[in-house]
Design a protein around this ligand. Structure first.
Ligand code: FES
Length: 127
């Protein structure tokens, strides 16, 4: 039996910000090469900040907890701050993940960063 922290269980059982933003400003999808699980982040940007974040995760419980935590950590942050959230910061914030589940934390920060980069690419196209 894998031992999960209380925080992981909380975010798995009651994930925050699940869903999709139809008119998202940026969308990022990443897949985990280890297990094939997938995660998509949708962001809205206002005044240079992440004003709304939603995600859809087709993955294990740890991946769902990671996405939920990333969305909470990044909400209201500037784009730069959002980009600097690392997988390790997310795992730490979740009070750790079992060693064989650390790979699951790789998706969260990467998917958020991909969504921010998608937004930035679109902005460049507009200028
Ligand atoms: Fe695939 Fe956790 S087993 S992300």
């Amino acid at each position: 039996m894998v031992a999960y922290s209380q925080k992981v269980m909380d975010h798995f059982v009651n994930p925050r910000n699940v869903g999709e933003i139809a008119d998202a400003d940026g969308v990022g999808t990443v897949g985990n090469p280890v297990c094939g699980d997938m995660m998509t982040f949708y962001i809205k940007v206002a005044d240079g900040r992440l004003s709304d974040i939603k995600f859809k995760t087709f993955g294990c419980g740890a991946a769902i907890a990671v996405s939920s935590m990333v969305s909470e950590m990044a909400m209201g942050k500037t784009l730069e701050e959002g980009k600097h959230i690392t997988n390790k910061m997310v795992a730490d914030e979740l009070e750790g993940l079992p060693p064989n589940k650390m790979h699951c934390s790789n998706l969260g920060a990467d998917a958020l960063r991909a969504a921010i980069e998608d937004y930035e690419r679109k902005q460049e196209g507009l200028t």
